[in-house]
Design a binder for this molecule. Structure first.
Ligand SMILES: Cc1cc2nc3c(=O)[nH]c(=O)nc-3n(C[C@H](O)[C@H](O)[C@H](O)COP(=O)(O)OP(=O)(O)OC[C@H]3O[C@@H](n4cnc5c(N)ncnc54)[C@H](O)[C@@H]3O)c2cc1C
Length: 263
């Protein structure tokens, strides 16, 4: 029998509940029968959210999704938790004032609302068997970084630096005891920040192979990439390093720019 490619079809799922996890993070829990064959263990992987318009009917939305209409806004998010027993996915949305469709949808979402989910894509993680780990993430990348940290071996050592918008954005991350968590406040995410770079420069660099995980705003990630490749001599293929969003660009524009840079 031909195996169904569960990663390619778009699931239409419902909102079970929505809660403000921290001042700048909204957790929306998605549920529904369509998640029954969502692959297990995909925490940290990205998904594409297909976002309905305000007051759109489920039938109208389903028709647009099935016809692969470009009129449906698509945004990239992360599987933070998946509870297969209850068919639930937690997706954590940064609350930002840029007025994007994903953020606006998450803030208004309530039980019974619907959304499309495509994916998951590959899991995000540093190289296996590293001697020590170094993570850098801003708010948009906390879900992926936290999920990856929670899957490190129990004896893992290193540092994880998170850039957050205010002190109350600190959230629980169940990382191994040997990983030191550092929380740096950068109040205005629409201005560029070099705090993570300064942090990377400030630590004693242990011997051995580092397992690097860096994700977040494009400018900050670019500075970290240059530091790690030019000054630390690391091979970019041996790191997970990715720009998740860019100041002043909506996701579609940022994707076009990333593709042009990669070509
Ligand atoms: C692999 C991957 C995984 C991701 N996982 C997550 C996740 O789990 N949670 C999450 O919140 N984001 C995540 N992102 C980032 C998310 O896709 C973008 O932030 C996206 O632009 C949000 O869509 P939007 O509709 O809210 O805003 P858009 O319509 O794309 O943008 C509107 C405006 O808001 C600004 N903006 C966008 N994101 C932010 C932000 N984080 N802070 C401040 N201003 C912003 C834009 O620069 C633009 O000016 C991920 C990205 C990638 C590539």
């Amino acid at each position: 029998m031909k195996q169904q490619n569960t990663g390619r079809r778009t699931r239409i799922v419902e909102v079970a509940r929505s809660e403000r996890l921290t001042p700048t993070m909204q957790r929306v829990t998605l549920c529904g029968e369509d998640l029954a064959d969502f692959p297990a263990g995909q925490e940290s992987a990205h998904i594409k959210l297909l976002i309905p318009q305000e007051n759109q009917s489920l039938t109208a939305f389903r028709d647009l999704v099935e016809s692969k209409s470009k009129a449906v806004a698509r945004r990239t998010y992360t599987v933070r938790h998946h509870r297969a027993d209850t068919n639930e996915l937690d997706v954590d949305f940064v609350v930002h004032d840029g007025g994007g469709p994903a953020c606006s949808w998450a803030l208004a979402a309530g039980p019974g609302d619907f959304i499309g989910v495509a994916g998951p894509g590959p899991k995000k993680k540093p190289v296996d068997n590293a001697d020590w780990y170094l993570f850098g993430a801003d708010m948009a990348a906390i879900p992926a970084a936290a999920a990856a940290l929670e899957e490190l071996p129990d004896d893992a050592v290193g540092h994880a630096v998170f850039e957050i918008t205010c002190d109350d954005d600190i959230q629980p991350v169940d990382a191994p005891d040997g990983i030191q968590l550092h929380w740096l406040v950068h109040e205005d995410p629409h201005t560029s920040s070099e705090q993570q770079l300064e942090f990377f420069r400030s630590i004693d660099w242990p011997k051995g192979t580092p397992g690097i995980f860096v994700a977040g705003e494009s400018g900050a990630v670019s500075g970290l990439r240059k530091y790690l490749t030019n000054e630390r001599g690391l091979d970019k293929r041996a790191m997970y390093i990715s720009a998740y969003w860019k100041i002043g660009l909506i996701e579609d524009q940022h994707q076009v720019q990333k593709q042009a840079e990669a070509a």
